[in-house]
Design a protein around this ligand. Structure first.
Ligand code: SF4
Length: 353
């Protein structure tokens, strides 16, 4: 397909104003593009850059990632959130090692079959790393196309998504596909932004229907908002001589595979757990202020309870499901953000006057 006016204008704009110095634009291997695309889902470029640089230093290629302990990967992901992305990245790396002989697959079908890689991410890898003609439809591109073609409805609806994919396919050129793909992502990130798009700077404003109608902000339509439910949990900070007891969370669900503080529905269960699991009675019990952590689908009120222990007979911890972690040392495993916050607080109280 030759270039339509949309692609032509976009490419000319990109030549002068596009972002060309992002770390994943250097040495564009499928592996490097893949990791960047996964990190950029739900996360801003500025946040991703330092994580990406550290990640590439630790895991320079797909085999380095597949052969690393999963805890090391989760440690590098700590703070980025949406941990299912990291777990899928690891699963896919192992699949590439075990089923593809350690080489990143080269066809769209093989790439899209890997865990955690959808049609848009596979398209971005094929277009950016191989220059092959594949359309993408990430959040930025959805916004640009919904506005340009005045596509109404929430993009999560299958009919709306199908219409947007059709536009994405139509505009994607068969030449300069990598530059075009980067250009449309950049336009969404820097000009056709979620709030207050800079239409006066936009290279495709002359054909944009939302601009012509003066209602860019109405596209794409938002999902009907449901109030997020509130859940509660008690977290035990069982401390003994500079160590705090941590448990590994189950592999799926929130913070899957990360180390966390033991959780209880009721405060009364904490003391039973302490005597049964740790074979100890706390010397002091402190109830800390509730900490709210919000997920996309619910709020979690965490009620921390610090249990100071003089001694723990046998220091029951098998290393697989439970560990004593010396909180003065940097963890070499992944911890969820609110758990990190509570451990920092523990440290501060320890060091206090
Ligand atoms: Fe987005 Fe405005 Fe450009 Fe239309 S004219 S694509 S709304 S920035």
């Amino acid at each position: 397909m030759s270039l339509d006016a949309f692609a032509t204008n976009l490419l000319q704009w990109h030549e002068r104003h596009g972002r060309k110095d992002l770390p994943w634009q250097r040495d564009r291997t499928p592996y490097r593009v893949w990791v960047s695309e996964i990190m950029l889902q739900q996360t801003q470029v500025a946040t991703v850059i330092p994580y990406y640089l550290r990640f590439m230093e630790a895991f320079p290629d797909v085999l380095a990632l597949a052969d690393a302990p999963v805890d090391r990967l989760l440690q590098h992901w700590s703070g980025l959130g949406y941990y299912a992305r990291a777990r899928n990245l690891y699963k896919a790396a192992c699949e590439i090692r075990d089923r593809h002989g350690g080489r990143f697959p080269e066809t769209f079908e093989d790439v899209v079959a890997l865990p955690g890689i959808g049609r848009s991410t596979a398209g971005a890898i094929m277009a950016l790393a191989h220059g092959e003609r594949h359309a993408i439809l990430d959040g930025n591109v959805k916004r640009v196309l919904a506005r340009y073609h005045a596509v109404s409805g929430w993009p999560g609806d299958s009919a709306v998504s199908a219409a947007l994919w059709q536009h994405a396919e139509q505009h994607t050129p068969s030449v300069m596909t990598a530059a075009y793909t980067q250009a449309i992502m950049d336009l969404g990130a820097t000009v056709c932004t979620r709030t207050r798009p800079a239409c006066f700077l936009c290279p495709v404003s002359s054909g944009c229907q939302a601009y012509e109608l003066g209602c860019a902000a109405d596209f794409p339509a938002k999902r009907e908002k449901k109030a997020r439910p509130l859940r509660q949990t008690h977290m035990a900070l069982a401390c003994c001589k500079g160590d705090v007891y941590l448990e590994r969370r189950p592999p799926s669900g929130i913070w899957g595979g990360l180390w966390s503080l033991p959780e209880f529905d009721l405060e009364g269960q904490l003391l039973d757990w302490c005597s049964e699991r740790l074979n100890a009675e706390p010397v002091t019990i402190e109830r800390w202020t509730t900490l709210r952590h919000s997920f996309s689908h619910y709020h979690l009120d965490i009620k921390p309870v610090a249990l100071r222990l003089d001694a723990v007979s046998g220091r029951v911890a098998d290393g697989a499901s439970g560990i004593w972690y010396n909180y003065e040392t940097a963890p070499d495993f992944g911890l969820a953000a609110p758990v990190m916050k509570l451990i920092e607080n523990l440290k501060d109280r320890q060091e206090g006057p």
